[in-house]
Write a protein that binds this ligand. Structure first.
Ligand SMILES: [Zn+2]
Length: 79
């Protein structure tokens, strides 16, 4: 589920496709390619950066990042 009111957002980098959790809703800094992307929210579920998941749970955020990356590498994910 995607809810921008939640604490953690899981983003996908526009530049390299890296999946990463962040608490920021303003700027995304990719750990993989070091690109900074200013997050522009268009509406409740839309933005210029792909948001894959939202959570308030600090242990669920890294868990979901791992799961999404696993799905991506297994080719079961749309990215
Ligand atoms: Zn990147």
């Amino acid at each position: 589920m995607i809810d921008l009111c939640m604490k953690f957002q899981i983003y996908q980098c526009n530049n390299c496709g890296n999946i990463q959790a962040s608490t920021s809703k303003k700027t995304f800094k990719c750990f993989n390619c070091a690109k900074s992307i200013k997050i522009l929210i268009k509406n409740k579920s839309g933005s210029n950066l792909k948001i894959l998941f939202s959570t308030n749970d600090s242990s669920e955020a890294p868990f979901m990042v791992r799961e999404l990356k696993r799905l991506k590498y297994e080719g079961k994910f749309f990215v």
